[in-house]
Design a protein around this ligand. Structure first.
Ligand code: RB5
Length: 144
């Protein structure tokens, strides 16, 4: 599995910690986030990850900002992206099972490293339920 990860200045530290988790789990990581804490604009990183997902360079995108909210709003503007701001075990599970999220977002100001590791455990080990495909198709119709 290959994952692209992007972040703004607020998400820099949590990004580094998330990369550690991904590498420990033998996941190939493409880091396109900022590597300093100098102010940047999160949409610039959301688009980078979103495009790597839609052109199928990677299997999944992870975006980290202060809350994960701005990143999910920006990423969801890109056709084909289903970005979900996951924040507990249930949303981590359902974002995959029902929504087939292809980008997940985290908040460095709202989640600890330990919480993010648990959310990744849940999301990555949950399967999409195909009975929800007709709803995904309706989202695609909205995009057209
Ligand atoms: C940056 O201060 C902050 O606004 C950003 O990281 C994010 O939380 C936006 O949603």
């Amino acid at each position: 599995m290959k994952i692209a990860i992007g972040n703004d200045h607020a998400g820099k530290l949590l990004k580094d910690e998330t990369v550690v988790y991904l590498k420990q789990h033998d996941i190939e990581v493409l880091n396109v986030g900022t590597d300093t804490e100098d102010d940047v604009d999160y949409p610039d990183y959301a688009i980078k990850v979103a495009e790597l997902v839609t052109n199928q360079t990677v299997d999944l995108g992870i975006l980290i900002c202060g809350t994960g909210i701005g990143m999910s709003i920006a990423a969801n503007k890109v056709k084909g992206i289903r970005a979900a701001n996951i924040y507990d075990k249930q949303t981590a599970m359902l974002a995959k099972k029902h929504n087939f999220a292809n980008v997940i977002t985290f908040g460095a100001r709202t989640h600890t490293k330990e919480q993010v590791y648990q959310l990744l455990d849940t999301f990555l080990h949950t399967e999409f339920e195909s009975r929800h495909l007709k709803r995904i198709d309706k989202i695609k119709e909205i995009e057209e």
